[in-house]
Design a protein around this ligand. Structure first.
Ligand code: GLY
Length: 365
């Protein structure tokens, strides 16, 4: 078991998290008045049974189920959850338990942070994405008209329990979605980590499990240095300025398949690496290396030239923007990230064209 110390809570990484959860609940001297477990259909089926049979306190917990998918990370679903808590007479001593992926921890954390001005919550992330990113760092919130994370607050969980075995229950699309964040961690902070992930076969679950703690360490360190994203935490947004716009576009589009967060971020990582080369110092060789690795692992997505302006419009809502300018976090080399970088609309369109051309070359190679 590894215990990683975050600002005012711990992240426990082990394949026996039940013991850690039992210990956490016992250590809460005052005792929680009632436990509420937020699940979706996936975590209810694949993860809850194992926990309820090994954490006795979970037997009397109330289960609250929502539908999976980013489309449900809305204020309307929060209202349903606040009403459910109210009907079930949750008081300020209740503990809210987020058992699921990134949608569950973002939305559940926000519900807990705001119900009766805040009740305690813990995260038990069950997807790779939530384990290495969403469940740690205290960002909680919801989307607004598909615009990502426009409403929210910083509020830390009381603890995070990561069982890397849960990722064996995931569909490959969800594994890859989390892998995009692992790639991002390497690109912004750790060249040796990049060399490790590019030299290994990520489809081996034991190897993937071994990456989780490293990625959590990288993210946790960045968050510890700048918890409220005034400064260096913006590095974690590399790939996300364009990635979020592409994700939102796929969610609002009637014709296009909805992309998972990491699928859109993978495209964003390529486009923003292109920007890192054009407006920053990233070498042509490293740009090619990054592009090649991501295209080898992620399915290509067609981005219509005609949609570029809508994508830029969506980027105008990015939370990092200041004074109407789109603000990027870009890499100067693999393992080094610089914040508050600007790129013109033309350059952003060029980066989308670069992605489109590269997928064509990759297919024909
Ligand atoms: N997911 C980016 C952050 O937590 O800052």
């Amino acid at each position: 078991m590894k215990e990683i110390k975050a600002k005012d809570y711990s992240i426990f990484v082990s394949t026996t998290i039940s013991k850690d959860i039992v210990r956490f609940l016992k250590a809460n001297k005052k005792g929680y008045s009632k436990l509420f477990i937020l699940v979706d259909e996936n975590s209810l089926q694949h993860c809850y049974p194992q926990l309820v049979s090994t954490v006795p306190q979970f037997e009397s917990a109330e289960i609250i189920e929502i539908e999976s998918g980013e489309e449900n990370k809305t204020i309307e679903v929060c209202i349903q959850l606040w009403e459910a808590l109210s009907e079930m007479k949750a008081d300020r001593k209740a503990l809210f338990i987020n058992l699921g992926g990134g949608v569950i921890s973002d939305l559940g954390g926000f519900v807990a942070a705001s119900f009766k001005r805040g009740i305690d919550f813990i995260n038990i992330p069950t997807t790779l994405l939530a384990q290495v990113d969403a469940s740690i760092g205290g960002k909680v919130g919801v989307d607004l008209n598909h615009l990502k994370n426009q409403i929210g607050v910083f509020n830390n969980p009381k603890a995070v329990f990561v069982n890397s075995d849960f990722i064996n229950t995931l569909h490959i699309r969800h594994v890859l979605s989390g892998f995009a964040e692992i790639i991002k961690h390497a690109l912004i902070a750790d060249k040796a980590y990049w060399q490790l992930i590019t030299a290994s076969d990520f489809s081996d679950p034991d190897y993937l499990n071994s990456l989780i703690a490293t990625s959590i360490h990288i993210k946790n360190q960045i968050v510890l240095d700048d918890p409220n994203e005034k400064n260096t935490r913006k590095m974690l947004n590399f790939g996300h300025t364009i990635g979020h716009a592409i994700e939102t576009f796929s969610l609002e589009s009637q014709s296009q398949k909805h992309l998972l967060h990491g699928e859109a971020v993978a495209i964003g990582l390529i486009c923003e690496s292109y920007l890192s080369h054009k407006v920053g110092k990233l070498s042509k060789e490293e740009l090619a290396e990054i592009t090649q690795f991501i295209l080898t692992n992620f399915k290509p997505v067609v981005i219509d030239k005609l949609d570029a302006h809508r994508l830029i419009e969506l980027m105008m809502h990015d939370k990092k923007n200041e004074k109407g300018e789109i603000n990027f976090s870009l890499i100067s080399s693999i393992g080094k990230c610089e914040i508050n970088k600007k790129a013109s609309s033309d350059m952003i369109i060029d980066s989308l064209n670069y992605y489109t051309n590269e997928i064509k070359h990759f297919r024909n190679a």
